[in-house]
Ligand binder design. Structure first.
Ligand SMILES: [Zn+2]
Length: 269
């Protein structure tokens, strides 16, 4: 397996003054109950299909204290910090399973926060990133998820999923690629990120293609569509929590892409 490619410039503003930032801010880490050590988390990721942020890592520390070097301190402290701040209250309710009905503003602030985590998460291996610089610059300006984002949320009571973070990326096409496209190499154009945040389970699909990817397990009232915005009310907690196996099935959406009609897998996940 090739070594993950690390960014040398801030993925949002292009500054070369990168700083090593915590993936989960302090307020979020307080919410995350952790059982086991980092190695245990790696095992859970494997069960979900793949491990990206956390591999079999023997160094001390835990996923909840992981740091990533792909943004500058200015971005982190300014606009990224304001995304964290706006989403904090609603995320705390979702993570702890409080009774709550999300407003339209809640839906978009949480979706923006998820998009931020997904974009930073994909730069753990920049060569497999789906977002382009123009998408990230726009995201920094507009603070809404880039086109091609679909975000689902569910509640999960399984302690093993509380801090899991799993990502799969691939190159797919909804038509046959031309010889020229195959020669020049296609960029990664679809990725799925699933993560646990306390009792909240998030699944984000991000693609620059027109592939319509839906998890096989997607039960109404149990799994909510957070983004794109819909009229469906999101009442928390849902009628029931999803099980570990259901979460694993959702996380495997991209690995199971062969089961979908109209999609040709060009390169293996
Ligand atoms: Zn920056």
């Amino acid at each position: 397996m090739s070594k993950p490619q690390k960014p040398r410039k801030c993925i949002f503003c292009g500054s070369s003054r990168l700083s090593r930032e915590h993936f989960w801010p302090v307020w979020a880490r307080k919410l995350l109950n952790v059982t086991g050590d980092a190695r245990t988390v790696a095992t859970y990721d494997h069960a979900l299909g793949t491990a990206v942020l956390v591999r079999e890592d023997k160094r001390p520390g835990h996923l909840k204290s992981i740091r990533i070097k792909c943004v500058c301190a200015k971005c982190n402290n300014e606009w990224m910090g304001s995304i964290e701040e706006s989403a904090k209250d609603c995320l705390t309710k979702l993570a702890t399973g409080a009774s709550y009905t999300l407003s339209e503003i809640d839906k978009s602030t949480v979706a923006t926060w998820v998009a931020l985590k997904v974009i930073i998460g994909e730069h753990n291996d920049a060569a497999k990133a789906v977002s382009r610089q123009t998408d990230r610059s726009l995201f920094r300006e507009n603070r809404i998820p880039p086109n091609g984002f679909r975000i689902l949320i569910a509640a999960c009571g399984d302690a093993r999923l509380e801090t899991v973070f799993a990502k799969t990326a691939s190159k797919v096409m909804t038509r046959r690629p031309t010889i020229n496209e195959l020669d020049t190499g296609l960029p990664y154009n679809i990725q799925c990120t699933s993560f646990g945040f306390g009792r909240l389970f998030v699944h984000a699909i991000y693609t620059t293609t027109d592939a319509d990817l839906q998890p096989i397990f997607n039960e109404a009232g149990i799994v909510y569509t957070l983004w794109p915005l819909s009229e469906e009310p999101i009442t928390w907690p849902p009628k029931r929590s999803i099980t570990y196996d259901e979460a694993a099935s959702i996380a495997r959406t991209l690995l199971d892409i062969d089961k979908l009609p109209d999609v040709t897998r060009v390169f293996k996940v």
